[in-house]
Ligand binder design. Structure first.
Ligand code: SAH
Length: 438
């Protein structure tokens, strides 16, 4: 069967049509003609597999990564970077038109990533035995098939080096991967780091890590902080376990952004592409005017956005539901002498409902998870008199749906996408909204 690819899908696949039924085809690019086999047929769509590219796109390149096709993390790696940016722009455009009928001319050109490879500052990889050796890698999407990842091109270079060094030490001491019936062994390896210093967490069963293993790990260049996390629950999307044990080194990881000092705990969220995070935060700051009285930042994480807004207002209140992140955020405000910034641990909608009744909020910044703003949050915003909103989104679909709701009271002023994740279909977008005149 031959199909022409008409557009890019939200998972980075190509979409073509057979008798008007959309067929989602991984590893195919817009404009290409491909010979396919249908691998799954559903009521309203089908999934195809490329057998042969009949007419190749001028944007197609050979991916740098040898497991690109099986890993699934970087579906756009088969296209040149400028073409990837076009696909992302198009994904955002499709979504904002479909859900919120937004004029696509309002969407600015996407800000590209400085580093196209080696940009990720963190990984959380599962571990398994391969030929008697403990390795870190990944499970193929929707399968139990494990792939030992010899090199990941989007991980920062130092992160990859330290991953190899850690695996060497664990193997030298004969450590094995997790066995669920014994509830023992190494389950995942988590490493995050900035500027050459790294924090490692070994996610294990009920193991006691020997002193000699800890000593050898701490000899690795750049290893700054070492933790263990006990995780014996069978199937859960959560990588960290219920119990955390500090094994050696420092407890927290420091980071400096535009001269500001930050501290991050193990479980706190931080943007994965540090250099692009700086561009994202500067973009947000550029959309906020000076001399404000009160700015509220909801979904504030470790408080980085608030720090970028510190000179624009008399007061900032951040709302975040994870306690560790709130502790980090308040410490970060203190580290940067910002007495006018404080963070509260609460549900965003809950606290905002209270604040918007009591106070006049000039600007609300929201940076929600992929699920977007929930109904309680949307209804609280619609009832409020908040003058301006900056919506930072990592999911064009929920952004589109939320903007459709907000459009009864708010005007979309600016839309600025930022590429945080080259080779993936993810699009980060900053939207400025202003309250419509009554
Ligand atoms: N703005 C931050 C983090 C954004 S990620 C940064 O740039 O680093 C989204 C954050 O929202 C996470 O820290 C998550 O813990 C938090 N969160 C998720 N649901 C929430 C809710 N209902 N109320 C408050 N915070 C929430």
């Amino acid at each position: 069967m031959r199909v022409t690819i008409k557009k890019t899908g939200i998972n980075g696949e190509g979409i073509g049509y057979i008798d008007r039924t959309p067929v989602f085809i991984p590893q195919a690019l817009v404009g290409e003609e491909v010979e396919i086999r249908i691998v799954e047929r559903k009521n309203r769509y089908a999934i195809g597999e490329v057998l042969r590219v009949v007419k190749s796109s001028k944007n197609r390149i050979r991916p740098k990564c040898y497991i690109q096709n099986s890993c699934g993390g970087c579906p756009l790696m088969i296209a040149r970077y400028p073409a990837q940016l076009e696909y992302k722009h198009d994904l955002l455009k499709q979504s904002l038109i479909k859900y919120a009928q937004i004029d696509p001319r309002k969407i600015k050109k996407i800000i590209p990533s400085d580093d196209v490879f080696g940009y990720r500052n963190q990984f959380k990889l599962p571990c398994a035995m391969e030929n008697g050796e403990l390795t870190s890698g990944l499970f193929m999407p929707n399968s139990n098939y494990f792939i030992d990842v010899k090199k990941c091109w989007v991980h920062e270079d130092g992160l990859e080096r330290i991953r190899m060094d850690i695996m060497k030490v664990l193997n030298a001491h004969g450590l094995q991967s997790y066995q669920s019936h014994e509830k023992k062994g190494i389950r995942n390896l988590i490493v995050r780091g900035f500027n050459g210093i790294y924090q490692c967490t070994l996610v294990t069963g009920n193991d006691e890590i020997e002193g000699s293993v800890i000593n050898d790990l701490m000899k690795i260049k750049g290893l700054y902080s070492l933790w263990q996390s006990i995780h014996t629950i069978k199937k859960t999307p959560e990588v960290f376990g219920h119990k955390m044990i500090h094994l050696a080194g420092e407890t927290h990881l420091p980071l400096e952004l535009d001269g500001m000092k930050l501290e991050i705990s193990l479980r706190s969220f931080f943007q994965l592409n540090t250099k692009q995070a700086v561009k994202l935060y500067r973009t947000i700051a550029s959309m906020v005017g000076d001399n404000k009285n009160l700015i509220v930042e909801a979904y504030s994480g470790i408080g980085a956005i608030s720090l970028y807004l510190k000179d624009k207002t008399k007061e900032i209140i951040g709302i975040e539901s994870i306690k560790d992140a709130v502790v980090n955020a308040n410490k970060n405000a203190k580290l940067n002498n910002c007495e006018h910034i404080s963070f509260i641990c609460d549900d965003a909608a809950n606290k905002l409902t209270y604040l918007s009744k009591k106070r006049n909020i000039d600007v609300l910044v929201v940076d929600p998870p992929r699920s977007g703003l929930d109904d309680a949050m949307l209804s609280c915003i619609l009832k409020s008199k908040i003058k301006e909103i900056i919506y930072v989104s990592c999911n064009p679909a929920t952004l589109g749906k939320n903007l459709a709701v907000l459009s009864s009271r708010y005007e979309v002023e600016k839309i600025q996408p930022v590429d945080m994740f080259p080779h993936t279909p993810h699009v980060e977008t900053v939207v400025l909204l202003s309250h419509k005149k009554p």
